[in-house]
Ligand binder design. Structure first.
Ligand SMILES: CC(=O)CC(=O)SCCNC(=O)CCNC(=O)[C@H](O)C(C)(C)COP(=O)(O)OP(=O)(O)OC[C@H]1O[C@@H](n2cnc3c(N)ncnc32)[C@H](O)[C@@H]1OP(=O)(O)O
Ligand SMILES: NC(=O)C1=CN([C@@H]2O[C@H](COP(=O)(O)OP(=O)(O)OC[C@H]3O[C@@H](n4cnc5c(N)ncnc54)[C@H](OP(=O)(O)O)[C@@H]3O)[C@@H](O)[C@H]2O)C=CC1
Length: 291
């Protein structure tokens, strides 16, 4: 099956990045969010990110204009139903994602392939709520989507070969590299990365090091491009906590216990860069530790 039109649900940092790369690869994209202001901000962000690519000579002016003209914004979920491929990139909460697939079901054309960009949730369980689990799979992009090379492909227990191959072809057309992960909590990247971030938060919680020294240690001592606390802010502390909870519950092992300090930051609404405060406070000219 050839895919030409893609519906992206959720216009946060991931949904906007996914719409960006799809439009540049020639797909016609409908980007949907419940919040009209969020969709407007996402389109503006895609425009400025493409502008940066033009300034650095990565894409041409005309290519940018054409790509932007391929993205349509909406707050109306049923409009997504006519797409060849749906990529759900809403908040990392199973109930939110289930409701989206439930609400979308009556509006879907029979051949549409459904995917979720979930960071951790069971693909088989999400697929089980849909009418055609054989046409459902995990399609997990990395943040920031326009920059990161990797995409994880995750089959649910019922995913058909045709669905898998059609989605793999999309990843190829985007010029990205696919790896295949089994449907276990948090798949491959987040099974390894998010416990490392959680451990960095424990290191802070136990007073082993300061925010600055923990990040500096991993940047200069392990050559990571961002320190783990800076990266947690970049991903979103709500998303990091949601992933730890899925690992903790799904694997029933105390080694995945979310750090109480991570829980506290999320309860405070300090969710990271997207709200200008997390382990760092981004409201000034340069980020400073929040406490
Ligand atoms: C949670 C999950 O489910 C899975 C995940 O995604 S886990 C998170 C995975 N991501 C990471 O680990 C990111 C780690 N950080 C990095 O790789 C780098 O810090 C970074 C690429 C984000 C920025 O790199 P940098 O060297 O500090 O910045 P900078 O030189 O300004 O940018 C490098 C490139 O990224 C682009 N870029 C940076 N931030 C961007 C953003 N938010 N959106 C789009 N493009 C961005 C820049 O335009 C630049 O592109 P070119 O090289 O094509 O010119
Ligand atoms: N952040 C990251 O580094 C990565 C995240 N992911 C995954 O991608 C998904 C999105 O994450 P991210 O973009 O960071 O999150 P964000 O919080 O930036 O964006 C999520 C968006 O989804 C919207 N939303 C919530 N409910 C609905 C709904 N019912 N219909 C449509 N839109 C809705 C939210 O609106 P509102 O705020 O108004 O609720 C928000 O705009 C998650 O599953 C996450 O685990 C995957 C890879 C990396």
């Amino acid at each position: 099956m050839t895919i030409e039109t893609v519906g992206v649900i959720g216009a946060g940092q991931m949904g906007s990045g996914i719409a960006h790369v799809l439009a540049l690869a020639g797909y016609r994209v409908t980007l949907m969010d419940v919040d009209a202001e969020r969709v407007r901000a996402a389109i503006a962000k895609i425009g400025s990110n493409m502008e940066r690519q033009v300034a650095r000579g990565k894409i041409g002016d005309e290519e940018q204009k054409l790509a932007l003209s391929r993205i349509r914004a909406t707050t109306n979920l049923p409009e997504i139903g006519v797409s060849d491929l749906v990529i759900e990139a809403a908040t990392e909460k199973e109930a939110v994602k289930q409701k989206i697939f439930d609400d979308l079901a009556p509006h879907l054309k029979p051949m549409t392939i459904l995917t979720s960009n979930t960071s951790s949730l069971s693909i088989t369980r999400l697929a089980g709520r849909t009418q055609q689990p054989e046409r459902f799979m995990g399609l997990h992009f990395m943040n920031p989507v326009p920059v990161m090379q990797l995409v994880e492909l995750i089959r649910g227990i019922a995913t058909s070969r045709e669905t898998f191959e059609a989605v793999r072809a999309v990843v190829e057309r985007l010029g990205k590299t696919a790896v295949v992960a089994e449907d276990f909590p948090a798949f491959i990247v987040n099974r390894i990365l998010i416990p490392m971030i959680n451990e960095a938060v424990y290191t802070l919680y136990e007073g082993v090091g300061s925010v600055f020294d923990i990040d500096q240690s991993m940047k200069l001592g392990a050559n990571h491009p961002m320190g783990p606390l800076e990266l947690a802010d970049f991903i979103g502390l709500d998303t990091c906590l949601a992933i730890m909870n899925v690992l903790h519950e799904g694997l029933a092992d105390s080694k995945y216990r979310p750090c109480p300090l991570l829980v506290k930051y999320v309860e405070a609404g300090w969710l990271g860069r997207k709200v200008a405060r997390g382990f760092y406070d981004y409201r000034g000219d340069t980020p400073v530790p929040s406490r």
